[in-house]
Design a protein around this ligand. Structure first.
Ligand code: ADP
Length: 246
């Protein structure tokens, strides 16, 4: 896609602002908000490439602990496998530690956090402590679309690339295009778990949109139901550019 790849790496908004007014730059926290299956992971990857800032996915961090089998992993694995949320204290702590690492100094993308009112409150404290300004991107997707997307979802266990049998099939069925690894169904993409994750989202997370609307004039609502991920990303880019101009 031309607009995403044009120019040098990082030649996005963050770099443009830094060039024009280095003394005024605050780290930019981009909060990607949307239901499971709304495409947060895919859009995060585009944003990472465009803006050259890291993605912070609480889901990935938690899965990492489970993979390692450490104390945190052992404590959360049953809840994760059932599609339930893990404790606010734990994710707040993980995000706090992560955003203070040097690669987050210019900004970062929050994918999957905050997910509860308690996390949202804590996030505001964390961001003001880190001197970061926030932008919320809400990926709006129809419920039926979510269900069909999630049931066809496959992931490469090696490089993390996401595929979908309908919207983004691999070139060879069941095989990662990038490294030839056999694709798997993520443990929490199984049907009964998907239903539970959507329940949790409806009850605990969706109401946060009112919180974001009230606290921030920097909320971008993007229709992410029908179009290809590249087109959704162009909407995000133009929303972000408009915000920076205003
Ligand atoms: P998705 O957004 O597709 O549901 P994630 O990878 O973001 O997938 O999350 C997977 C699981 O990790 C969730 O179902 C939950 O158990 C746990 N999790 C991730 N982020 C959080 C969070 N901020 N608070 C509590 N639990 C979380």
């Amino acid at each position: 896609m031309a607009s995403r790849n044009s120019g040098r790496k990082g030649a996005g908004i963050v770099a443009a602002i830094e060039e024009r007014m280095p003394a005024l730059v605050k780290p930019m926290a981009i909060i990607l908000f949307g239901s499971p299956g709304s495409g947060k992971g895919t859009q995060s990857r585009y944003l990472v490439e465009w803006l050259d800032i890291p993605q912070i996915s609480t889901g990935d961090m938690l899965r990492d602990h489970i993979r390692k089998g450490d104390a945190i992993g052992l404590a959360i694995q049953d809840r994760m496998r059932a599609g339930s949320l893990v404790s606010d204290e734990l994710v707040n702590q993980l995000v706090f530690e992560r955003i203070h690492q040097p690669d987050c100094a210019r900004g970062f993308i929050l994918d999957g956090y905050p997910r509860t009112p308690a996390q949202a409150e804590e996030m505001l404290r964390l961001l003001s402590g880190a001197g970061a300004g926030e932008v919320v991107i809400h990926l709006v997707v129809d419920y039926n679309v979510i269900i069909s997307r999630m049931s066809g979802r496959r992931v490469c266990p090696k490089c993390g690339t996401l595929y979908n049998s309908v919207s983004r099939p691999p070139k060879v069925e069941g095989i990662c295009d990038l490294d030839g690894t056999a694709l798997v169904i993520r443990d929490d993409d199984r049907e009964e778990v998907v239903r539970e994750r959507l329940n949790q989202y409806e009850r605990q997370t969706r109401p946060l949109i009112d919180f974001f609307r009230a606290m921030s004039d920097r909320l971008i609502e993007v229709d992410a139901s029908r179009d290809k991920p590249e087109v959704v990303f162009e909407r995000i880019q133009s929303g972000l550019k408009d915000l920076v101009r205003t």
